[in-house]
Design a protein around this ligand. Structure first.
Ligand code: CO
Length: 134
């Protein structure tokens, strides 16, 4: 059911330093920071030949990234995103298997303008999974 790896998201404690490192030392194609108020994050997309990296930095008071950075002060992998053809069918198949979808189960429009859902990390080996319909 799942398709390509769409992106790996990394929470970073210092966005400017992370941008400088990826564009400088790692020589990557780094985009401009984008504020996503609906998701409580500032996002920077890094285009790699086979996938993307998303740098996540807290935006606003109730950012979902703040608690993660308190537990992981040097940053860390926050989630990975798999592509699916039909997000509603994917959700129904996963909930039928016993997996928990975060929130009310309704897909939201994600940072790429496509419908996304998140799956509970405790149901997936400790890894927060995002599904994106492409
Ligand atoms: Co993501």
């Amino acid at each position: 059911m799942i398709g390509r790896l769409n992106h790996v998201a990394i929470a970073v404690p210092d966005l400017d330093a992370a941008i400088a490192q990826y564009s400088g030392a790692l020589g990557a194609d780094v985009g401009a920071p984008q504020d996503e108020p609906d998701h409580g994050v500032t996002v920077v997309f890094i285009n790699l030949p086979n996938t993307k990296i998303e740098l996540l930095y807290p935006l606003g008071e109730s950012s979902p990234i703040t608690g993660f950075l308190e537990k992981n002060p040097s940053g860390g992998i926050h989630h990975i995103c798999y592509e699916v053809d039909d997000i509603t069918a994917a959700r129904d198949r996963l909930t039928a298997s016993g997996a928990r979808v975060l929130g009310d189960g309704t897909p939201k429009i994600g940072a790429h303008g496509k419908p996304v859902l998140f799956l509970h990390p405790k149901d997936f080996n400790g890894c927060l999974i995002e599904l994106e319909e492409v």
